[in-house]
Design a protein around this ligand. Structure first.
Ligand code: 8OZ
Length: 366
């Protein structure tokens, strides 16, 4: 493995208005640790501060509105308390010299009436349930609810929720936002023909199915500046019952249009999220050639894979998920070829009480 002088992982990178110390990114990771009111709590401050040595943290998926929630104890950024809670997180990361974006999501059909205001049906492009589960406290893993198809006239309001959430994220001290356009959540569900059977201007053709994503990106970049907005996509991930008959032309269209809006990065989950990287054929390099900005690679990268990808110019940044949970000082471990810690076998990835499995993964001794 390359040492610090030669490793492309340890080259700084200008990302819009900020400079990243290295090419390593902490991927957004749902941990279901928010407190009362879906406010990030004190342990969350410590958790992110411990991980501030990566070039960029992308904080976990965060609701743009109450309706956007689909899982227990995920944080929001739509109430004053949530914004104040995040401010403590961003201050702590900045004090340690780190940089932090937040991922903004609307879960769409990946929700349950139990999480919805007035226990109404979740919203989606079409009234087609995802064959997928969410976790309800006291009940356990439960099928997501049959969603209600959004009226055409309602869509602008959700675009506006993303816009407002982006402004709130900046108020909370984030360096920028990542729009969650992946994993079967609302934006991705609009993109794909498996979940979008609409007959209005938001369904049918690729151009129509991409309209919601592009309207969200237009609104959010207008609000806070394209140099503070990234987006994540997962072209062939089947996670959360996602399906699409023609992913290559769909995502080529999306990236070509994004190249006009010029978000500061595109974050691509290659293959099946957290699983095989070759589950379906897809030409990522063809996608990357359509985009002039920063490309962020993800899914199962090791240090060697990341260095090779950066060296070959397949991207400028690489994000790490599970490795960042168990190795808060991952950049140092890569630099020093130090052993990598595995995840604790006895601690949940999602939820849990107390520090175990969250803030008690040790850094190497000084
Ligand atoms: C795992 C569990 C719940 C949500 C994603 C935000 O897949 C998630 C998520 C992952 O993007």
């Amino acid at each position: 493995m390359a040492n610090q002088a030669t490793s492309p992982l340890f080259q700084p990178l200008k990302l819009g208005r900020i400079e990243l110390a290295n090419r390593m990114v902490m991927a957004p990771l749902t941990r279901n640790r928010a407190g009362e009111g879906n406010v990030p709590g004190d342990m969350t401050i410590e958790y992110y501060a411990q991980r501030a040595s990566v070039g960029l943290i992308v904080a976990e998926a965060t609701q743009v509105s109450a309706q956007a929630q689909g899982y227990v104890s995920t944080p929001g950024v739509h109430t004053p308390e949530q914004i104040a809670g995040w401010r403590k997180v961003t201050d702590a990361v900045h004090q340690r010299g780190g940089r932090i974006f937040v991922q903004l999501w609307h879960t769409g059909r990946m929700s349950h009436t139990a999480f919805q205001p007035e226990e109404k049906a979740p919203v989606a492009p079409s009234a087609i349930a995802a064959k997928a589960k969410t976790y309800i406290p006291g009940v356990g893993y439960t099928d997501t609810s049959v969603p209600r198809a959004l009226e055409t006239a309602e869509i602008a309001g959700i675009v506006n929720d993303f816009r407002t959430a982006a402004r709130h994220a900046i108020e909370a001290g984030f360096d920028g936002v990542e729009i969650h356009g992946a994993h079967g959540y609302l934006i991705d569900a609009f993109l794909r023909d498996g979940s979008n059977h609409r007959t209005d201007q938001y369904g049918g053709s690729i151009e129509n199915r991409a309209r919601f994503l592009l309207e969200v990106m237009q609104a959010v970049t207008e609000e806070i500046g394209a140099d503070r907005v990234g987006i994540r996509i997962s072209p062939v991930s089947p996670v959360n019952d996602s399906s699409e008959s023609q992913p290559q032309p769909l995502f080529e269209y999306v990236v070509r249009e994004l190249n006009k809006i010029k978000p500061v990065y595109i974050h691509v989950v290659e293959g099946a999220t957290g699983g095989p990287r070759d589950n379906a054929p897809f030409d990522y390099e063809a996608l990357r050639r359509l985009y002039d900005g920063v490309w962020m690679l993800n899914n199962g990268y090791t240090q060697e894979m990341a260095e090779a990808a950066l060296k070959d110019g397949r991207g400028e940044l690489v994000s790490f998920g599970r490795l960042m949970i168990s190795n808060p000082d991952l950049p140092r471990r890569f630099r020093e070829n130090a052993p990598l810690a595995p995840l604790f076998a006895d601690a949940p990835l999602y939820g849990g009480v107390g520090p175990h499995g969250y803030t008690d993964y040790p850094a190497l001794a000084a």
